[in-house]
Design a protein around this ligand. Structure first.
Ligand SMILES: *Cc1c(COP(=O)(O)O)cnc(C)c1O
Length: 398
């Protein structure tokens, strides 16, 4: 078998250059550990970008995938399948939602939400307001919804009807609302934008504006959902309920899947012919998602996420006290954790992540402001201690 160097050479020759990859090819994983093609081991605090929440190679997920793959892999949505129904029932039983649409990725879930918001709203209402610094996906409509100009560059003209309100400013947001606005779209905590939480009062203010102007509130919980923040969905901790919620990343612990959740009333205009997906709710992905949810909803699991997240933030705050020129503080919810870099720290953000990679620790630099940690939710305190100790050694070099 090829090593890292050969695989990098082969890959770089054949792939369109959309990714700046680290010089390693991963071959095997178990729990929070990954092994590359040279046999080097890593402690994984990326979890496939907040996807493999139960860790790599979880035996129950592997079993569910194998069992379903042996029965039936795909039939399309021309027919019913039980794993898909079971998944929808589990999500609905554990959330505000009454109706679910299944697809294959986060961007697709947001596309479904955008289309539903437009078709549901009265004629002529099509504008969707999102927030600056947000991330909603890479398709044209979700890129237009994303509040970061760097993702728009070169792809204009973008689909019409997407506005971005300055982060944290309710007044500016209200001024953008007019008679053609149909929805406000936001993440309860901006993940890609730098693990930036939205204050509870701010979110409640957004909800109040939606009520006042008759708008739908769409929560993009693609990253914050599925237990990442210590409850199944982040909205449960915020005292408000969205009208539409999108999820994806960790839903099937690594198999591609996405979903849009809403009420029966709002879902009503999505009649046959309005929206569809060939692979959406594929039986294998659905079986993996059912097995994932069974584990996440078991006693003590989500409480453990909250406790480990608090512990992690406490330890990172101690590091910020030790290295005040580099780190200012920790922030986040549950195990979606960011260590905010100072101005000097930001200048070395990429370098810090590369040095951690060399030492065998996977994490990233997000929003040009934080070191982001999204470990598998099964991470142990010992593993948190290991990455904090390694980070202390790296920070001491500056
Ligand atoms: C990752 C992400 C998306 C896009 O999901 P894809 O599966 O990559 O299309 C959208 N919104 C948020 C908040 C995300 O974190």
């Amino acid at each position: 078998m090829n090593g890292n160097k050969q695989l990098k050479e082969r890959g770089d020759k054949v792939f369109i250059g959309t990714y700046a990859r680290y010089p390693a090819a991963m071959v095997k994983g178990s729990g929070c550990r990954l092994t590359d093609a040279d046999g080097k081991e890593y402690l994984d605090f990326m979890a496939g970008i907040a996807v493999c929440s139960l860790g790599h190679g979880h035996p129950k997920i592997t079993e569910a995938i194998c069992r379903q793959a042996a029965e039936l892999v795909h039939v399309s949505n021309l027919y019913y399948t039980e794993p898909q129904i079971e998944l929808a029932e589990m999500i609905i039983d554990n959330s505000f939602g009454e109706k679910l649409f299944l697809c294959n990725s986060g961007a697709e879930a947001n596309e479904a939400a955008i289309k539903l918001a437009r078709i549901y709203s009265a004629e002529g209402r099509y504008k969707i307001i999102s927030l600056s610094g947000s991330f909603h996906g890479r398709t044209l409509a979700t890129v237009a919804a994303t509040g970061q100009p760097k993702f728009h560059k070169g792809f204009e003209p973008l689909p019409e009807g997407f506005l971005h309100a300055p982060f944290g400013d309710l007044q500016a947001l209200e001024q953008m609302i007019d008679s053609s606005t149909c929805a406000i779209l936001c993440e309860p905590l901006q993940g890609e934008g730098g693990v930036r939480p939205l204050a509870k009062e701010y979110l409640q203010g957004i909800k109040a504006l939606c009520d006042k102007h008759g708008l739908l509130l769409i929560f993009d919980e693609i990253q914050t959902g599925m237990g990442r923040t210590g409850t199944l969905f982040a909205y449960e901790q915020l005292g408000i309920q969205p009208d539409i919620l999108t999820m994806a990343k960790a839903l099937a612990n690594g198999l591609p899947i996405g979903a849009m959740l809403t009420s029966a009333k709002i879902a009503a205009p999505f009649i046959p012919g309005t929206h569809a997906s060939t692979f959406g709710g594929n039986p294998v992905a659905s079986a993996a998602a059912v097995a994932t949810l069974q584990i996440m909803l078991a006693d003590g699991f989500l409480e453990g996420v909250r406790k480990k997240g608090e512990y992690f933030q406490t330890e990172l705050n101690k590091l910020a006290e030790r290295f005040p020129t580099m780190l200012s503080s920790a922030r986040g919810m549950g195990l979606l954790v960011g260590a905010v870099l100072t101005e000097q720290g930001v200048a070395h953000g990429t370098d810090i992540v590369n040095k951690m990679f060399d030492r065998g620790f996977l994490m990233n630099f997000a929003g040009n402001v934080v070191l982001r940690f999204v470990p598998p939710l099964v991470v142990t305190r010992e593993e948190i201690d290991m990455i904090v100790a390694a980070l202390a050694e790296v920070l001491a070099e500056y």
